[in-house]
Design a protein around this ligand. Structure first.
Ligand code: IMP
Length: 432
C-alpha cells in the first residue's frame, strides 16, 4: 500500500480536500503536514459541506486516523472550535480517530498581532491571511516558540516559557505603537498581550485538545511496517513555497513535496505516489505575480462560476487561465506521479479557453519559469470549450472537447491525470 502524498501545484485552493477525502477511504492514517489555520480545505460529502482549517480532510471518515503532523502550526482556539463544530454536526472526533503530534507548534494570540504589524511595516504587502502563521514559524525558527507538549508543563514553567517567547514581541509592539502615535501609520494601536492572557489561552483550549496530543512517530511506524496506506495531506501550494515559490509573496512553510514529507515525518524513499492538484484554470488570493490573470469579464465569470472566494478570509480570489509552464515546473521539483484536475465543469462553461504554453520574456520565448516571473507575458494556445459534464461518470462519457483539454494537460506536462473534478460534491469525481 505505502505512502501517498497529495499537494497543491498552483496558489492554493485547488481542491486538495477532494482528493484526500477520496483516497482516505482506503487509508489507515491521513497526516496534515504543513501550514496552519491559513489553509481552508472544503469537502462536500453526503450532501454536506465541511470547511476545515486545521483538521485533516479525512476527519469525516471515522474509520481513518486523522493526524496533525509536526510540521503544522496550530492555533489552539481555532483547533478547539473546529473540533467542537465537527462534533455538533455529528462528525466523530475522538481519541481513536484523531491525533496531534506533541511536536506541533502553537500559534498564540500575539502571533496574529505580529502578522498585522509586519504587514503594516511592509511597503510591498504579502496580503497574508492574518492568521499568525508566518510569525509562528518565525518564533519556531528563533527557538522560543512553544509546542503541544508544553501544555503539560507545570504552571510556573509554562509561564516562564511564554514570557521568553513574548520578549521580542514586547519590544516590537512598543516600538510600533510609538510610530502609530506619531501618525507614521494610520493603524489602531496594538493592545499588549500579557503572559497571563497567553497562559489562560493555553489552559482554556487545552481542555479540548489535550487528549489528542501524542508521540505520533510510533503510530506512523506501525502503519508503515504493516504496509497500510498512509496519506500525507499538503496545505497551501507549490508556488506559495518559501523556497521554490514566488518569494517574497509566499507563505512561510514548504508546501512542495519534500517539505510536505518532512512536515509529516516520513522519508522521501517511502513516498510511492505524489498527486499534484490543480484547477482547470488558475486562482490566487493575496498579492504576487500572476502571469495569466484576467482582470476582465472572463475573470469575473470564472470567479462567480467557480465560487472563488477565500474559505479562510472570504476575500475574492484573483482568477486567470491555466498556466501549464508553472505546472510543468513542479513535475520534477515535486516528483509528481499523477495529477488531479478540478473545476473541469467550470472552465467548460466558456466556449473558448486559453492555456498558457510559454512566456515572452526579455525579447525571447521561453518554456520555463524565470525568477522574475512578473516580467513574463503569456503565450496562449486556444482550445475549444463549451462542454457540459453533468451526466458523465467516466472519462469516456465526458464530451470530446473536455477529454481533449485533459489530454492537452497530460501531453504538455508529461504527467498522467488520474482524478477529474466535475462538481463540488466528492461524487462528481472521475477516476481516469
Ligand atoms: P500567510 O500564509 O497567511 O502568511 O499568507 C501568505 C500568502 O499565502 C498570502 O498570499 C495568502 O493569501 C496565501 N495563502 C496562505 N494560505 C493559503 C491557502 O490555504 N490558500 C490560498 N492562499 C493561501
Amino acid at each position: 500500500m505505502a505512502v501517498k502524498m497529495i499537494i497543491g501545484l498552483q496558489y492554493g485552493d485547488e481542491g486538495k480536500g477532494r482528493a484526500v477525502h477520496y483516497e482516505a477511504k482506503n487509508a489507515s492514517i491521513v497526516i496534515r503536514a504543513t501550514g496552519g489555520s491559513n489553509a481552508g480545505h472544503t469537502v462536500v460529502a453526503n450532501g454536506k459541506k465541511y470547511a476545515m482549517h486545521l483538521l485533516p480532510s479525512s476527519i469525516i471518515r471515522p474509520e481513518v486516523l486523522s493526524m496533525i503532523g509536526p510540521g503544522v502550526v496550530a492555533d489552539l482556539k481555532i483547533l478547539a472550535e473546529e473540533i467542537e463544530q465537527m462534533r455538533e454536526v455529528g462528525v466523530k472526533v475522538e481519541k481513536d480517530n484523531f491525533a496531534i503530534s506533541e511536536r506541533t507548534h502553537i500559534t498564540f494570540p500575539h502571533h496574529k498581532q505580529l502578522d498585522r504589524l509586519y504587514e503594516m511595516l511592509k511597503e510591498n504587502k504579502v496580503g497574508t491571511t492574518g492568521r499568525g502563521v508566518g510569525t509562528t514559524y518565525e518564533e519556531k525558527a528563533r527557538r522560543t516558540n512553544l509546542r503541544m507538549c508544553d501544555l503539560f508543563l507545570a504552571e510556573s514553567e509554562l509561564k516562564h516559557k511564554i514570557a521568553e517567547n513574548l520578549k521580542v514581541y514586547n519590544v516590537l509592539v512598543a516600538e510600533a505603537n510609538k510610530l502609530i502615535e506619531k501618525g507614521v501609520y494610520q493603524e489602531e494601536r496594538f493592545p499588549l498581550i500579557t503572559i497571563e492572557e497567553e497562559y489562560e489561552y493555553c489552559m482554556k483550549y487545552k481542555e479540548t485538545v489535550q487528549e489528542f496530543i501524542r508521540d505520533t512517530h510510533p503510530i506512523i511506524d506501525e502503519a508503515i511496517e504493516k504496509d497500510d496506506l498512509v496519506i500525507i495531506e499538503g496545505a497551501q501550494s507549490f508556488w506559495l513555497d518559501n523556497d521554490h515559490g514566488d518569494y517574497p509573496m509566499t507563505t512561510s512553510s514548504h508546501p512542495n513535496a519534500s517539505g510536505t514529507a518532512s512536515g509529516a515525518g516520513i522519508g522521501p524513499t517511502l513516498i510511492r505516489e505524489v498527486v499534484g492538484v490543480i484547477k482547470a484554470y488558475t486562482s490566487r488570493i493575496g498579492n504576487g505575480p500572476f502571469v495569466t490573470e484576467l482582470e476582465n469579464e472572463t475573470g469575473d465569470f470564472i470567479r462567480e462560476w467557480g465560487h472563488e472566494y477565500g474559505t479562510t478570509t472570504g476575500r475574492p480570489r484573483r482568477t486567470g487561465w491555466l498556466d501549464l509552464v508553472m505546472i510543468k515546473h513542479t513535475k520534477n521539483t515535486s516528483g509528481l506521479t499523477s495529477l488531479c484536475v478540478n473545476h473541469l465543469d467550470t472552465i467548460g462553461k466558456l466556449d473558448k479557453i486559453n492555456v498558457c504554453v510559454g512566456y515572452q520574456y526579455k525579447g525571447q520565448t521561453i518554456k520555463h519559469v524565470p525568477i522574475d516571473k512578473e516580467n513574463c507575458e503569456p503565450i496562449y494556445q486556444e482550445l475549444k470549450g463549451g462542454w457540459e459534464t453533468d451526466t458523465a461518470t467516466t472519462f469516456e462519457e465526458l464530451p470530446q472537447e473536455a477529454q481533449e483539454y485533459i489530454k492537452f494537460i497530460e501531453d504538455y506536462t508529461g504527467v498522467p491525470v488520474r482524478y477529474i473534478g466535475i462538481g463540488a460534491d466528492e461524487k462528481r469525481t472521475i477516476i481516469k
